[in-house]
Design a protein around this ligand. Structure first.
Ligand SMILES: Cc1cc2nc3c(=O)[nH]c(=O)nc-3n(C[C@H](O)[C@H](O)[C@H](O)COP(=O)(O)O)c2cc1C
Length: 378
């Protein structure tokens, strides 16, 4: 039986339920994306950290796990350097910044990392190469998590693909809708990861009105069936959920298999997510240089001290801090474990399989629909 929650966008994307796994670098790999797609939602791989070669492999892996539609998410920031390798860019990092990171390494006892990640930094050249892979692979859905995907929409449509563009305000929503995307993802400040200033409840209907007839997906702070139904009531055609799917055994699974995080780190991340209450995530630029909501911890606090230097723009802040954070993970320094997560972390009280997260969201929303239709039975 077709779900009553099914929307026109579900038909366009070829999915059963209006639930989309948000692209989450490191956390949403092929295992999680395939599990969400197999459960009737749309799984989206957070692919920003993959080189073009790795991206081919990740796409093949999703295809080996499910024959359902899936997506790939990349960051296409508009304010970023055109080109440059790690060494070229690192010369722009001041001695003050390096000294401050050294000071923090000493304070927290962070060793140099054993494994160095020699990935190229995010530049315009680099993300254009990543997008080319997505086009060559004819991935069913492409999502841009930052910036305007307008420059690749025609090519994507020519490949039979659909394109989603994520925004945090009405101005950018209009810009991205004008670029002919298939849906605009309107993300409120509650969201985990890079995020804006406007709350989801206020943003989504304003974006719906501003970009109609372009379809809208709601994001930020949606973690159960109540949030799903509320988003549909606001005029959204689906929800884009990140934090809710972090609390699953499939999250970070591929990163663990690739040796990028170990089981201890995954377990501590899960433990902190389950323990988190509504105020435990905050916004700061100390990870990537852009405003990012994350689990507030000793690292966040260290960058808010009066003596801390101002954070650097993307991608320099990431280059500045990534090795120290890698060293902290390898040395199992629990107070420094954190990472991106949204306000909805306070709603999470258990680690459940991704399939269960999808099914329980659908079931709760369906039950609510019944209750609203027949209040006397509630
Ligand atoms: C752990 C984590 C990693 C994320 N990484 C990315 C990323 O690499 N690219 C991106 O576009 N968005 C990223 N995001 C943002 C999500 O795609 C999504 O917009 C957000 O999680 C939605 O809000 P919610 O967390 O309240 O569900 C990340 C979010 C989290 C929680």
């Amino acid at each position: 039986m077709t779900s009553r929650l099914k929307t026109e966008l579900c038909d366009i994307l070829g999915i059963e339920y209006p639930i989309i796994l948000a692209g989450m670098g490191g956390a949403a790999g092929p295992a999680l994306a395939a599990a969400v797609s197999a459960a009737g939602g749309l799984g989206v791989v957070g692919a920003t950290g993959y080189t073009p070669e790795e991206l081919h492999g990740m796409i093949a892996k999703v295809r080996s796990l499910t024959d359902k539609p899936f997506g790939v998410d990349l960051l296409l920031p508009s304010s970023i350097v055109d080109t440059g390798n790690r060494e070229d860019l690192e010369v722009e990092i001041s001695d003050d910044h390096r000294r401050y990171v050294d000071q923090l390494k000493e304070e927290f006892g962070i060793p140099d990392p054993k494994k160095r990640r020699d990935r190229p930094p995010l530049t315009k050249d680099y993300f254009q190469q990543q997008v080319q892979v997505v086009l060559d692979e004819k991935v069913p859905v492409f999502a841009s998590g930052l910036g305007n995907p307008g420059w690749m929409v025609d090519d994507a449509h020519a490949q039979g693909m659909k394109v989603l563009g994520l925004v945090g305000n009405v101005k950018n929503a209009k810009r991205v809708a004008a670029a002919n995307v298939d849906a605009v993802v309107a993300q409120g400040t509650e969201a985990g990861g890079h995020t804006g200033r406007i709350g989801t409840l206020a943003l989504v209907p304003q974006v719906v009105d501003a970009v109609s007839p372009t379809k809208v997906v709601a994001a930020g702070g949606i973690g159960d069936g109540r949030g799903l139904l509320a988003a549909l009531a606001l005029g959204a055609q689906a929800v884009w959920c990140g934090t809710a799917f972090l609390a699953t055994p499939e999250a970070y699974q591929d990163s663990e298999e690739r040796g990028e995080v170990d089981r201890w780190t995954r377990d501590v991340q899960h433990k902190k997510l389950v323990a988190a209450v509504d105020e435990d995530t905050r916004i700061g630029r100390m990870y990537s240089g852009k405003t990012m909501r994350h689990v507030y911890n000793a690292w966040s606090e260290a960058w808010e001290r009066p003596e801390a230097p101002p954070t650097l723009p993307m991608p320099l802040q990431g280059l500045l801090v990534s090795e120290a954070l890698q060293g902290a993970r390898e040395a199992h320094i629990e107070e420094l474990v954190g990472g991106p997560a949204g306000n909805v972390a306070g709603l999470i009280d258990a680690i459940r399989p991704a399939k269960t997260v999808v099914e329980s969201m659908v079931q709760q929303a369906e039950e609510l629909l019944d209750r609203i239709a027949s209040p006397a039975r509630a």
